[in-house]
Design a binder for this molecule. Structure first.
Ligand code: C5P
Length: 230
């Protein structure tokens, strides 16, 4: 069954550990990004006490620098660490070779529209996601981060089958915000139907009046979709 990764974005440190504690035992993982900037890699260790951790620095640099940075994160044994697939095969391989954590390669950000992808990355979303996913396989990366809207297309390529599929841009029907910055969004049930292994969900959970209830509702939706797909 697909799992939930809760993105602890823009949170106050004082609120983070109590929320992790409240969610512990619900089978969710925690994703840290800006918290790494303020509190450093040790936040991984604190969160691991309550569940799995995805360190999400989205590294993009020359291979040697990425190797050095990956080692800093890996010292605290997160389950996943992210790099940008656009950094190239050698860069991704350097990340894989320098730690025991699973490396996830971010393909095309879910906030990018088709037009922005063309302008910034030089091609349509599907073509770029496919190219980055293939490079990720060549580099020995464990999984990719993409929109679940791209999963059906990717499933046509056997060489990508073994990659773990992690999908942000998830919006449950009970959380629709017109001011949202995500462009390529999907409901949790649709993401599961499309083959997502891990659903990254931030604001719909952390901004909910009752985050525990929000996780419960999302898990129920995921559970129903998983049964349908059996
Ligand atoms: O609040 P929301 O559910 O939009 O959070 C999504 C999370 O997933 C954010 O932390 C964002 O950085 C991350 N992410 C994304 N799109 C990607 C890769 C990561 O939205 N392609």
């Amino acid at each position: 069954m697909s799992e939930i990764i809760v993105a602890f974005d823009g949170m106050k440190y004082d609120d983070v550990l109590p929320l992790a504690e409240a969610l512990s035992g619900m089978g969710v993982l925690f994703k840290v990004n800006d918290l790494l900037d303020e509190y450093g890699v040790k936040i991984i260790e604190s969160l691991k006490y309550f569940g799995g951790v995805m360190a999400d620095p989205k590294l993009y640099d020359i291979p040697n620098t990425v190797k050095n940075r990956i080692k800093r994160y890996a010292a605290f044994k997160p389950d996943f660490i992210t790099v940008h697939a656009s950094g190239g095969i050698d860069m991704m391989r350097a990340a894989v070779d320098s730690c025991d954590s699973k490396i996830l390669a971010v393909t095309v950000l879910t906030s990018l529209t088709e037009e922005e992808c063309n302008i910034n990355l030089g091609g349509p979303v599907k073509a770029k996601v496919l190219q980055f996913a293939r490079n990720a396989v060549l580099a020995g990366v464990h999984g990719i981060v993409c929109s679940s809207q791209e999963l059906k297309f990717l499933s046509e390529f056997r060489e990508l089958k073994a990659l773990i599929k992690v999908t942000p841009g998830i919006r449950p029907v009970w959380h629709l915000d017109p001011k949202d910055d995500q462009s390529r969004v999907t409901t949790p049930a649709d993401a599961v139907d499309m083959g997502s292994d891990y659903l990254v969900i931030g604001r719909p959970i952390i901004k909910a009046l009752n985050p525990v209830e929000a996780v419960r509702k999302t898990k129920k939706e995921i559970g129903k979709a998983s049964i349908r797909n059996r």
